[in-house]
Structures are given as structure tokens and as C-alpha cells.
Design a protein around this ligand. Structure first.
Ligand code: ASP
Ligand code: MG
Length: 409
């Protein structure tokens, strides 16, 4: 039997009407003879609402109890979807993460999947049932429910597809696939029919919202083919697979897309005494405080002093600045910060070993008179940090200059 895992996000199961639409889709796949596993998220904004409630009853709710609470969102969705399928004459069983054999370790609120025991799911599939699994949760060694962190249902779906050796994992969402840029900003943005997992992971980490980057990486690791589609419209969507078709080899598109992220701020330590070990003195305390740092730039030291700048999300800006301030003082320097920044990235495996892609990006931004605050490059992306209010025009211009509108897809 060929197995397919379908995942529906919160917006696809937001209301009873939506759940009925999902049930119709699942019914079709079931009738086509597929072994079907459906992963669902909590309805609409349920997770946000539950988190807000937790904050209303306690100043510092315990992470274990938060997971206990949040896991109920997905439990509602799976039960409702099972009922809607029964109503259509389709045999289906809903399972919580723990019931599905998802074993999780790590911390509450940011668990990682250690193992999947798929026997129960397999037995149900063999009986011809649709198996509906609650996303974003599993059981830890204590037997407690633990979540995978926000957006974790994508990861559940891809992990299940890997464990069940599914033919593919279909991610249903509120957009028609992955686009060459955010279509709300670039009206001429196009759906990308096929993208490599390396490019997709890079795009997801750098701001493309359509899929959780962790799920994309897991898919790459286990060779799971992922299809991103709209849950509202029929269409081919975007296929993410390890190796993009090899037919076009070097003639293929060099740039897959332009992605941006408006949740960026920068902290700079200026005039600090540098020497061996300085970077670790700065970044170890930040890591300990759980601040995740993205782009890092150090200026060439002049007379033993240099500047070190790094970016963090806006939520972590105040904390990062405070910690950096203490470190800067201990190294004879000062701290500065800029909160309202954004990042724009040009992503594509075709850029590998081809000079000129970064230069072209700087040229385009220069013509717009956009100040570039920081730059980071790798084989498959060039990222510039800019003032947040210049990001949209930069994305539009780069989309044009890299000719992403014109390409035949
Ligand atoms: N419901 C969870 C969240 O909102 C998990 C998910 O939707 O993927 O983060
Ligand atoms: Mg969600």
C-alpha cells in the first residue's frame, strides 16, 4: 500500500466548515486507495489563545503545564476531523501524539523527536482506516505530553512520513505553494513548481513562512518528498525534493527566490579590546541566556580594538543589548543597538561557484540608495541587513533585477 501523509495547518481547520472541506479531501485520497495519515494543527489561533490564557492565570506558568495545555488544541482538531470522516462513511481513528507513538525528549516547549513507534498507526492503516494524528506533540520519558515548539506540526508530518516510508508528505496551507517572493509585496511573484530541499531550507530559515525550516531539514535528511499545496484550491503547488530534476543541470535557474524577514534587530559592541577568546566571551553568555544570534560581523581590529555586531529577533533585542552592554563594559567598549531592521536574502543553489551574485545584489540596493548594515553569504544565499522600512522596495527591486518574473515556469 502506498502511504501518504497530509498535514493541515491551523488556518485550514479554523472552523467546522473548514474541517468539513479537509474531510472531503481526505475522503478522496482514501477512496483513491492510499494509506492515509492526516496530521492537523490546532484550529485557527487556538494555540495563541491558550498561551494568552496561561499568561492570565500566572505570571510565570510552568513549561510542563503549558505543554499540557497547548496539546489540547491539536486534540480537538483530530477528534473533530475523525467525526467529520465518520459522517462521510470513512473509517478513521484519531490519535494524540503519545497514542501515535511519538517519543519526544528535550525541554518542554521545544521538544525533539527521538523515536516513532509506528505499530499502532500501521495496524490501523492495514485495517483500511484513515489515521489522524495530533501535530506538534508526543510523550517524553516520564510519560508526559511534550510539544515540539511553535509551528511543530510540519515537523510531526515529515517525521511520520519518514517513519512510515510514505511516498510523500503533502503540506496543505493557505497559499498555493512556495513563491519567488512574498506575493503580497511582489504582485508578479510566481509559484515555484519545484525546489531543492537545500534551497527550501535556506528560504524557510530566512523568512519564507510557508513551511517550518526544521521540517524541511528533516525531509532532506530522510529523503521525504514534500508537496506544498493550497487547502482551498486544487493545484500542483510546489514540490520539494532532495535533488531538483537533473535534466537542466547548469542551465537551470540560478536564483530560486527572494525572501525577507522583518523581525531583525542589531546589537553592536564598539571599541572593545579584542584578542583570542573575545568572541567566545561575547557569545557564550548570550547562548546561555537562550538568545539566538543570526548574522555576526567583526570589524578588523585597529590598535587592538574592534567592533562586533550581531542580529537577533526583536523579542530578544532588549535582553541581548543588556547582556552585550555588560560584556562591552568589561572589554573597555560600549554598546549600541538598532531595533527596526529587516533582512533580505537571495537564495539559490545555482549561485554556487558563480561569482557576481553578491555584487549584483549590492548594485541593485545601491541604486535604490538603501543602506546595507550587514552582509552574510554562503554558497546558496546572500543576505543583507537593512532598515526595516526599506525592505519591501528592496524585495521588489531584487525580484525584478534577478528576472524572477520573466522566467518560464
Ligand atoms: N498549533 C501549534 C502552533 O500554533 C503547532 C502548529 O500549528 O504547527 O504553533
Ligand atoms: Mg500553526
Amino acid at each position: 500500500m502506498s502511504i501518504v501523509v497530509q498535514k493541515y495547518g491551523g488556518s485550514s481547520v479554523a472552523t467546522a466548515e473548514h474541517i468539513k472541506v479537509v474531510a472531503e479531501r481526505a475522503k478522496k485520497a482514501h477512496e483513491a486507495g492510499l494509506g492515509l495519515v492526516v496530521v492537523v494543527s490546532a484550529m485557527g489561533k487556538t494555540t495563541d489563545r491558550l498561551l494568552a490564557l496561561a499568561g492570565e492565570v500566572a505570571r510565570d506558568p510552568s513549561p510542563r503545564e503549558i505543554d499540557q495545555l497547548l496539546s489540547t488544541g491539536e486534540r480537538q482538531s483530530v477528534a473533530l476531523l475523525a467525526m467529520a470522516l465518520h459522517d462521510r462513511g470513512v473509517p478513521a481513528t484519531s490519535l494524540t501524539g503519545p497514542q501515535a507513538g511519538m517519543k519526544i525528549t528535550g525541554r518542554y516547549g521545544s521538544g525533539v523527536i527521538s523515536e516513532i513507534q509506528p505499530e499502532r498507526m500501521r495496524a490501523l492503516l492495514d485495517e483500511g482506516q484513515v489515521v489522524i494524528v495530533a501535530g506538534f506533540q508526543g510523550m517524553n520519558a516520564l510519560g508526559d505530553v511534550m510539544t515540539l515548539g511553535r509551528g511543530g506540526s510540519d515537523t510531526t508530518a515529515v517525521a511520520l512520513a519518514a517513519a512510515l516510508h510514505a511516498d510523500r508528505c503533502e503540506i496543505y496551507t493557505d497559499v498555493e505553494g512556495v513563491y519567488t517572493a512574498d506575493p503580497r509585496i511582489v504582485p508578479g511573484a510566481r509559484r515555484i513548481p519545484e525546489v531543492s530541499s537545500a534551497e527550501m531550507a535556506e528560504m524557510a530559515w530566512r523568512g519564507a513562512k510557508v513551511m517550518h525550516p526544521r521540517a524541511v531539514e528533516l525531509g532532506a535528511l530522510y529523503g521525504v518528498e514534500i508537496h506544498v499545496r493550497s487547502s482551498f484550491k486544487e493545484g500542483p503547488g510546489t514540490i520539494i525534493r532532495k535533488d531538483k530534476d537533473m535534466e537542466r543541470l547548469e542551465t537551470r535557474e540560478t536564483v530560486a527566490g527572494i525572501v525577507h524577514d522583518l523581525d531583525v534587530s542589531r546589537v553592536t559592541l564598539t571599541g572593545i579590546k579584542t584578542g583570542p577568546g573575545t568572541m567566545s566571551r561575547i557569545f557564550a553568555p548570550l547562548a546561555e541566556a537562550g538568545v539566538s544570534v543570526d548574522v555576526i560581523v567583526e570589524s578588523a581590529p585597529k590598535e587592538g580594538a574592534s567592533d562586533v555586531a550581531f542580529t537577533v529577533s526583536r523579542a530578544e533585542f532588549a535582553e541581548a543589548r543588556r547582556i552585550a552592554g555588560e560584556i562591552a563594559a568589561s572589554l573597555g567598549g560600549e554598546v549600541e543597538g538598532e531595533e527596526e531592521l529587516g533582512k533580505v536574502s537571495v537564495v539559490g543553489t545555482g549561485m554556487l561557484n558563480r561569482p557576481g551574485y553578491a555584487a549584483k545584489m549590492f548594485g541593485s540596493l545601491g541604486q535604490l540608495n538603501v543602506p546595507i548594515r550587514m552582509v552574510s553569504t554562503s554558497e546558496i544565499q546572500v543576505t543583507c541587513v537593512l532598515p526595516a522600512d526599506r525592505v519591501e522596495e528592496a524585495v521588489r527591486r531584487l525580484h525584478e533585477d534577478y528576472e524572477l518574473e520573466e522566467r518560464d515556469v
